[in-house]
Design a protein around this ligand. Structure first.
Ligand code: O2Y
Ligand code: MN
Length: 612
């Protein structure tokens, strides 16, 4: 067994002794300590006492400040460095042995070269800091797809955030002790401290690497303490590494939200849905339906892991335990459930602070405060040109605080998935809802799904961006192989006759004057109702080149201020538009090249034929 020696940790004693007998865990911690030379090592147990100690430390360091306990109990505000405010796709790498296995949508780096680069960067990178050993579970204890990770990090902010976003500490170490395999994830902010050197509130490094080694299931992240770059259970593990695991082991790790819907008659359905950013995915996950008697309960807002059970049914869990939600635009009007969720016990990052010690952000739909402290920590007045909250400012909060959380969110058996929904923001072309002709056609709809850029994203506003399965930055392997994996899962589901049905939705169709044709939000339950009616065989559909469309009378429109003409417009497609879109999608298929499955090419050709 490898144990830590004084030479591994030269300047201080560990806070807490290792609580594992697993030699591979001890060897990993020892190897990283030897490389990064921290001042101390802390094995996290996930306890309340530990959390409180870390919070005290973060306040003392100026990384977070306590909010007004009466207005926002037990909640904190963090302000990041101005250069460390979002995931950095340009610094995110898939280091597969063969370049082709990363595919054309990922940044590939040679694994040996990347290891050499990271070896240099991580050398003594934790000097003067505590190295935290953070065991975590993705998924509830006992689920067939639950997986374990160990994140080693020198950021206490990451530790407390991982404590919200995952099942962290002793609970995970116990699963490791029982013999489970685990994923290695090491994270350093890359800001070693000399003895006596003053620290900054948000230490980070302008050089950033978020590197993934899918074959050895390893993650190495350097330079950033923000969100997806640093909370390695989320995008790095639960999507990039897990998607490669899922391909090898026959399950699915997807960028989807998951909801439980109950009709007034008591019919229960579960929908997993993938949307590119800025398409209302979180709002869908926390929908308050406008149709009487309907309920939507939340299982997850970002990631779903799915597997085929012994009855041949697709089941899903949310591997996470928290939400890392975008604050701006979240309001009592757009998402009252999210607002109720973050009543307290929440870490806010890069939002503005009100004079009475609460939080504020653009779109929070109360009168704009006269005066604030903005996300940079500067004075802000209502006339300021800059936004008070950063556009990517976030709240981090536990799912169990969500008033609409379904009881099953923590059930290791997961839920049976009845429908898969893809969506995008399209002002033209795509109808409000369409059902795929078949599983293969559904995979084609997922592969070619697209969204128009909003001002919140880099690039030209309105430009159409293909984002296959909303996984463009998150598939840990070749995108064409991902499509093939979906086809293979579909073949397995077909043998049992339990394949979920696949749909595509578009809440964002506009008329000629640019006005939205569909109210969205809670009225999207009307679309969900049609989806459930289709699954139950209660309604027929109109055939179109893009799939099966609702008949006008089958979409429940009572109580909506929508003209028959407008309703007709969102429920029909123009063959010329669909043809142009299918031709445009060929650019993506050509980019993906010879890993595009034949069935996906065929569905593209069939779409074109149906347009003639
Ligand atoms: O910028 C970040 O680090 C956060 S990105 C994120 C956070 C929560 C859910 N989804 C995303 C995403 O980029 O898809
Ligand atoms: Mn996401």
């Amino acid at each position: 067994m490898t144990i830590l020696t004084a030479a591994d940790v030269p300047t201080a004693t560990p806070h807490r002794v290792p609580e594992t007998s697993r030699a591979d865990v001890l060897a990993y911690v020892s190897e990283i300590a030897r490389l990064t030379k921290p001042a101390a090592i802390h094995w996290c147990d996930g306890s309340q006492t530990e959390r409180e100690a870390l919070i005290t430390e973060l306040i003392a360091a100026g990384t977070i400040e306590k909010l007004n306990d009466e207005l926002r109990p037990n909640s904190y505000l963090a302000r990041s460095d101005e250069s460390d405010v979002a995931r950095v796709e340009s610094r995110t790498f898939i280091c597969s042995e063969n370049e082709k296995d990363a595919g054309p949508t990922n940044n590939w780096a040679d694994p040996d070269e990347m290891r050499a680069t990271l070896g240099g960067l991580f050398t003594e990178s934790m000097r003067g800091r505590t190295m935290y050993v953070v065991p975590f579970l993705m998924g509830p204890v006992g689920s067939p797809v639950t997986r374990v990770g160990i994140e080693i990090t020198d950021s206490p902010y990451v530790v407390v955030s991982m404590g919200i976003m995952t099942r962290m500490g002793r609970i995970a170490l116990d699963v490791i002790e029982s013999g489970a395999e685990w994923v290695k994830a090491v994270h350093s902010i890359g800001a070693p401290l000399e003895h006596g050197e003053p620290d900054v509130a948000w230490p980070s490094n302008p050089t950033k690497y978020i590197s993934h080694f899918p074959e050895t299931r390893e993650i190495w992240s350097f330079g950033s303490a923000y969100g997806g770059n640093a909370l390695l259970g989320k995008k790095s593990f639960a999507l990039r590494i897990a998607s490669a695991m899922a391909r090898d082991e026959g399950w699915l790790a997807e960028h989807m939200m998951l909801v439980k819907i109950t009709s007034p008659e008591g019919q229960v359905s579960h929908i997993a849905a993938a949307f590119p950013s800025a398409c209302g995915k979180t709002n869908f996950a926390m929908m308050q339906p406008t149709l009487p008697g309907w309920t939507v309960e939340t299982l997850g807002d970002d990631i779903v892991w799915m597997w085929i059970d012994e009855d041949g049914k697709l089941r899903g869990i949310n591997p996470e335990a928290g939400f890392f939600g975008v604050a701006p635009g979240t309001s009592a009007k757009t998402n009252p459930i999210a607002m109720d969720t973050i009543w307290g016990n929440t870490i806010f990052t890069n939002v503005a602070r009100t004079d009475d010690g609460d939080v504020w952000w653009e779109g929070m739909s109360k009168p704009i405060p006269e005066h604030l402290i903005d996300w940079r920590g500067n004075e802000w007045t209502a006339g300021s040109a800059e936004p008070a909250a950063h556009p990517n400012s976030r709240f981090t909060v536990a799912i169990d605080q969500c008033p609409s959380a379904a009881a099953e969110w923590n059930d290791p058996r997961g839920v049976v998935i009845d429908a898969i929904v893809f969506g995008g923001r399209r002002s033209t072309t795509m109808p409000l809802v369409v059902e795929s002709r078949s599983w293969e056609h559904g995979v084609y709809l997922g592969a070619t799904m697209a969204s128009e850029r909003t001002a919140a994203a880099e690039g030209v506003v309105g430009e159409l961006r293909r984002d296959p399965f909303a996984m463009a930055p998150f598939t840990g392997y070749n995108v064409g192989d991902h499509w093939q994996h979906w086809l293979t899962i579909g073949e397995r589901l077909a043998t049992s006759g339990h394949a979920p049905r696949i749909f595509h939705v578009n809440w964002f169709r506009r008329d000629a004057s640019g006005t939205f044709l569909w109210p969205g939000f809670g009225d999207n339950v009307r679309v969900v109702k049609w989806i459930m009616d289709r699954i139950a065989g209660r309604v027929d559909a109109n055939v179109s080149p893009v799939g099966s469309l609702p008949k006008l009378g089958d979409l429940q429109l009572q109580g909506l201020d929508i003209s028959v003409d407008d309703a007709h417009q969102i429920l029909t497609v123009d063959s010329d538009d669909i043809r142009a879109d299918a031709l445009d999608a060929q650019k993506l298929l050509d980019l993906v090249g010879d890993t595009v499955p034949r069935a996906v090419r065929r569905e593209n050709e069939r779409t074109l034929t149906l347009c003639d």
